[in-house]
Write a protein that binds this ligand. Structure first.
Ligand code: GAP
Length: 514
């Protein structure tokens, strides 16, 4: 399946099965804003629960908060967002399409890497066992030429970003002969900075309304509550504060479905440490966070780290965890060493001390911060795209199945009476009443059993149970397993124990620590 077709199928699957709908669809939608449907919201809630428990249950020194979206506007001045939360944008004069200049260059670099890899793959096939990749990279003229061009562009790009040199950024695009994917031309405008924050007004205009911002990250709500949490929770450094909540960014390039949205949800954790110890914690959180992703079982090879070429204004180290989306490896989480920048800035702008007295060293200091910041919607997309499969069955039919981790699946168990008569629906309802208190069950009696299995496969339900005539005599049901499609007969009395164990979040949480 071509990558693009594969992605289109995922987007339409999300709509057809009640995961994600375009926002305001009856009014033709609203750019890069999406609504989550009945199955989508369950999956999203499960992702959030998995993250929250992994932070606050597995770490006794991490506690949560839920701060407001509206915050004092001085916060965004202090954090640097008013002056520096910009993306460089460029327009193509022929297609009138707008792009992020940095992304155009990053895509060019990724394409060059792909070309080099293809040359290597071809040669490896040609030479078989005798192939020496290091020697090939060092001597093949085509690879050398591509690599040299790539290295020069990469070095110029990093420098231009670090110096916010917009003219140079444009020149790189011209020199690399990057064309607009729509018009195919190189008729580019200048590169301009564009602030990503949405603003609104608080108070009525008559009494002088105040301009306030919709938060572009949840992190600042944590920073300004640092001392409240530390004091009321009697927290000792090192400790973390976790938060899940909406964030808003007026993204210039808002394509790729829920990957880049204007309203999205973040799960952020700020971990406060002694100055000088931040690199140790940075490394530790990088490992822990990658383990969290891998525990979901989508395949370890689908994840990789990507160190930042350009550090944000607040960071002294930063890495992304990338996931192989249908459109290539993309950032799903950022891990940043934010120094003491934010706390110091809030101290400066508010005039209030934001220091911590460390009883172990008998000193007050401004803590350093390691941040882990992940988008719920991007994890959602990774789960859908990483678990989507089209399979041919023995009877010649095909099935679409979401092989979601059982603990995160929207519906855990489907309860299916074989026929709509002979007391089977009543028995099924009885079982449902027994299980519904802690397992999300779905009852379905419509259509053939095969069709009902297909519907459950499509939403990722890990277990289906069938109630047949024999059930009325032996009090046993058949469990059908989504991934293997195998079936097993079990006593009704044991059902709760079997399923609850299999779908428990504990299974994922234990894997992170193993
Ligand atoms: N507090 C740091 C911060 O916000 P970021 O790298 O800008 O860092 C963190 O964002 C995460 O938030 C990203 O890795 C991504 O998962 C998610 N995210 C950012 N912008 C997004 C958008 N427009 N749509 C969906 N998710 C987004």
């Amino acid at each position: 399946m071509a990558q693009e077709d594969g992605f289109k199928k995922i987007v339409s699957h999300c709509k057809e099965y009640g995961f994600v709908f375009p926002s305001s669809e009856v009014y033709d939608g609203l750019g890069a804003v999406y609504d989550y449907g009945p199955h989508g919201v369950e999956l999203k809630n499960n992702i959030k629960k998995y993250w929250w428990e992994s932070m606050t249950l597995l770490h006794e020194n991490v506690v949560g908060i839920d701060s407001a979206i509206f915050m004092h506007p001085a916060i965004w001045k202090a954090s640097g967002h008013v002056d520096a939360f910009n993306d460089p944008l460029i327009d193509n004069k022929d297609s009138k399409k707008r792009y992020r200049a940095d992304i155009l260059v990053e895509e060019y670099l990724a394409k060059t890497d792909e070309k080099i890899e293809k040359e290597i793959e071809k040669a490896a096939k040609r030479f078989g066992n005798a192939f020496d990749e290091t020697q090939f990279r060092a001597t093949n003229p085509r690879v050398l030429e591509q690599q040299a061009k790539r290295d020069v562009t990469h070095a110029r790009f990093t420098k231009a970003l670090n110096e916010s040199n917009l003219e140079e950024l444009r020149q790189i695009i011209m020199d690399a002969e990057i064309v607009c994917p729509v018009s195919g031309t190189r008729n580019w405008t200048e590169v301009r900075q564009f602030n990503l924050m949405f603003s609104t007004e608080m108070g009525s205009t008559a009494d002088g309304a105040t301009k306030i911002y919709l938060r572009p990250e949840t992190a600042q709500g944590i920073f300004v509550n640092f001392l409240n949490v530390q004091k009321t929770g009697r927290m000792k450094i090192p400790f973390g504060i976790a938060q899940i909540g909406k964030a808003f960014r007026n993204e210039i390039v808002a394509r790729q479905f829920i990957f880049r949205m204007r309203e999205f949800e973040q799960m952020e954790m700020q971990f406060f440490v002694r100055p000088g110890e931040e690199m140790e914690w940075f490394t530790q959180w990088k490992t822990t966070r990658l383990a969290w992703h891998k525990a979901m079982g989508l395949g370890d090879a689908k994840y990789r780290y990507h160190d930042h070429d350009k550090l944000a204004h607040y960071a002294n180290a930063a890495t992304d965890i990338e996931f192989e989306m249908p459109f290539g490896f993309k950032e799903i989480e950022g891990i940043h060493s934010r120094t003491d920048f934010d706390l110091r800035q809030h101290e400066k702008y508010s005039g209030k001390k934001m220091q911590y007295f460390d009883p172990e060293v008998g000193q007050s200091y401004t803590p350093y911060v390691i941040e882990t910041s992940i988008g719920v919607d991007r994890v959602f997309l990774s789960l859908i795209s990483g678990s989507y499969a089209e399979e041919s069955l023995e009877n010649g039919e095909t099935r679409v199945v979401l092989k979601l981790p059982a603990a995160l699946a929207p519906v855990k168990l489907a309860i299916l009476p074989l026929v709509k008569k002979d007391g089977l629906p009543e028995k099924a309802e009885e079982i449902m009443d027994m299980l519904r208190f802690d397992l999300r069950c779905q009852y379905d009696e419509k259509d053939s059993i095969g069709k009902r299995y297909r519907r459950q496969d499509a939403i990722g339900t890990p277990y289906c149970i069938t109630i047949d005539h024999e059930t009325l005599n032996d009090n046993q049901v058949t469990i059908r397993f989504r991934d293997t499609m195998e079936q097993e007969r079990v006593p009704i009395g044991k059902l709760h124990g079997i399923i609850a164990e299999k779908v428990s979040l504990k299974n994922l949480l234990k894997k992170i620590n193993s």
